[in-house]
Structures are given as structure tokens and as C-alpha cells.
Design a protein around this ligand. Structure first.
Ligand SMILES: Nc1ncnc2c1ncn2[C@@H]1O[C@H](COP(=O)(O)OP(=O)(O)OP(=O)(O)O)[C@@H](O)[C@H]1O
Ligand SMILES: [Mg+2]
Length: 300
């Protein structure tokens, strides 16, 4: 159905924590879900697969870095995608049947250098991106055919792989603490996307790490709701706000083996993630209907 990026140029705003929880929630609700870890820190891959399975992917060279490299080959076929996809991800109930992961590798930082070394003839990032522009439809089609939702956890930068996914995705979600610096990171992202002429929709701002005692948090949320400059440039915030809560941070601890999504996040926060996921499903449907309408209008 939708390929969604979790992205903000500000670090530490809970992109990974929320991308993982939303992916688990969607999968637990019956949607075929894929999480792609596009961050060299490899955190969402580790949270969903554990250290052992992640190391195994690194050893077998079945990470996002290796997939992008394979996609440069003229003979690349979509039947190769499953090699990079690890099924039954998450520690919930020993693994969720509908959740898969493409983990990242620290090697992704040297992607262009590695490719140049492999003498594939794509010497610069620009050359790679120009080439990938012709390949993006292969990836989009495969993701849309096999998953209801693809969630891409991005690093806090416009790294090469983020540029790739900005070309592939349907929309982006911006997790942001309701404070000045995090909002700035979101506005910079907006500027960069516009400057590069990338046509991707902003699905929503996700207020994260919210603290009720913090007056600045109240002010920013209110100013955004009223459409005050520069907050009116942010994608329309989701109604669900994710608070700063020990239970959410603790859910990421290894070795807990929770039986259910509710048990992992505790009922009040599991309920919040269900509400957020419901909003994401609804906005995805609206955006799809809008795109289909535009496509029909263009063909009339
Ligand atoms: N709702 C929450 N309540 C309390 N702590 C949280 C919450 N969400 C995330 N955290 C903690 O905040 C820190 C940053 O979270 P996270 O790694 O998800 O951010 P990020 O935006 O992905 O960071 P980066 O930019 O480095 O990728 C982590 O220590 C995480 O456990
Ligand atoms: Mg992260």
C-alpha cells in the first residue's frame, strides 16, 4: 500500500523507536510489513532481529548495502529481493509472522567508494543516483506487490541511501520533539527536498518525546495547530502524540521476550501506537485515493 520514510535531519528525535513500534503494530494488526533500516547505526535492524541475526546478515552480505550494490547490475531481477529480507522479525511472541526486515550495514557509508572499487563504472554519487532513477520502479513495484506497508528508518542526514528512498517512497513522516531544534531539523529537510525537486508527500509530523511539564512543548504544538510561521510549513501533525515515557524506552531492552504487542509496550502505550497506526493507515488511503484521482485526471 505505502512506502513511508521516518526522517528528520535532527538526531535523537525517536525516529528509530517509533519506526520500530509502528512497524510492529501494523504487522500485529495483520498488515504485511517490511522495515528497511537505512541508517549506518543499524539500530532498527538490531532492535528487530537481535545482535546474532544482524551479525549473520553482515557475514552473509545480505544487507541494504549489498542489495543496492546488486541493483546496479544489469542482470538484477526482482526475484533477488527476498535474499535480503529477514522474516519473523521482533522479539514479540518469538517473532511476528507479518514483519520482515532489510537490515543495514556500517559499510553503507562507503557505498560509492566500494562500488568504484568493484569497477561497476558508477564513480560518483550523482552517477549512482542517475542510474538508480531508472531502477526505482523495480523496487517500488516489488515493495507494493509484497507489502501493505514499508517503513524506512532513516539516519539524521540526507545520505546517499536516503536520497534513493526519497525517490522510491510514497510519503515521509517526520518524528519531531516539539522544540525549536527538532522543528528546525524538520524545516531543513523540507527545504532540501524542495531544492532538489523531489516529488514526495509529507504525510505528517509525529510529535515525539513529548513532556507535559515542558512549556515549550505546549507552545510549539499550539503554534503548529494555529498555522503560525514557520510551523505552517511542517506536514500536518498526527493527532496522536508519543510522550517521553520509561515504558517505551524500556521496551527496547534485549532479553525481555514479551508475548504480545500490549505486553511489550504496556497497555496505555500500546493503545497510543494503535491510534497512531490507525491514522497512518487512514492518511495512506487518502493519499492513494488522491494520487489515483490525479492520475485519472491526467489521462482524461
Ligand atoms: N517515547 C520515548 N520515551 C522515552 N525515551 C524514548 C522514547 N522514544 C525514544 N526514546 C529514547 O530516546 C533515544 C533516542 O531515540 P532513537 O534512537 O529512536 O532516536 P533517533 O531519532 O532514531 O536517533 P538517531 O538520529 O541517532 O537515529 C533512545 O535512547 C531511545 O531509547
Ligand atoms: Mg535512529
Amino acid at each position: 500500500m505505502s512506502i513511508l520514510l521516518f526522517v528528520n535531519l535532527k538526531g535523537g528525535v525517536a525516529k528509530t523507536t517509533n519506526a520500530v513500534a509502528v512497524a510492529e503494530c501494523l504487522a500485529d494488526s495483520g498488515y504485511r510489513t517490511l522495515l528497511i533500516d537505512a541508517d549506518h547505526q543499524c539500530m532498527s535492524g538490531e532492535l528487530l532481529l537481535g545482535e546474532g541475526r544482524l551479525l549473520n546478515c553482515e557475514r552473509k552480505k545480505s544487507t541494504l548495502h549489498d542489495l543496492l550494490a546488486a541493483m546496479l547490475d544489469d542482470e538484477f531481477r526482482s526475484s533477488q529481493f527476498p535474499h535480503y529480507v529477514i522474516p519473523n522479525a521482533s522479539d514479540i511472541g518469538g517473532g511476528l509472522a507479518r514483519l520482515s526486515v532489510i537490515p543495514c550495514s556500517f559499510r553503507i557509508d562507503d557505498f560509492s567508494t566500494n562500488m568504484a572499487k568493484a569497477r561497476r563504472g558508477h564513480q560518483s554519487n550523482d552517477q549512482f543516483l542517475a542510474f538508480f532513477r531508472n531502477r526505482r520502479e523495480v523496487m517500488r513495484r516489488w515493495l507494493h506487490a509484497n507489502y501493505d506497508f514499508t517503513i524506512v528508518d532513516c539516519p539524521p542526514s540526507i545520505a546517499l541511501q536516503v536520497k534513493v528512498f526519497l525517490m522510491v517512497a510514497d510519503a515521509f513522516i517526520v518524528p519531531s520533539i516539539p522544540d525549536r531544534l527538532s522543528v528546525r531539523g524538520s524545516l531543513y529537510l523540507h527545504e532540501r527536498i524542495q531544492a532538489q525537486g523531489i516529488k514526495i508527500k509529507g504525510m505528517g509530523t509525529l510529535w515525539s518525546l513529548y513532556r507535559d511539564q515542558n512549556k515549550m512543548h505546549h507552545k510549539v504544538i499550539e503554534a503548529t495547530a494555529k498555522g503560525v510561521e514557520p510551523y505552517n510549513q511542517l506536514p500536518r501533525p498526527f493527532g496522536t502524540v508519543i510522550p517521553n515515557a520509561a515504558a517505551i524506552a524500556e521496551a527496547t531492552e534485549p532479553g525481555r521476550k514479551p508475548k504480545t504487542f500490549n505486553a511489550k509496550y504496556t497497555p496505555p502505550f500500546a493503545k497510543l501506537y494503535h491510534s497512531l497506526s490507525g491514522e497512518i493507515v487512514q492518511r495512506s488511503q487518502w493519499q492513494r485515493a488522491e494520487s489515483n484521482g490525479a492520475a485519472v485526471a491526467a489521462n482524461v
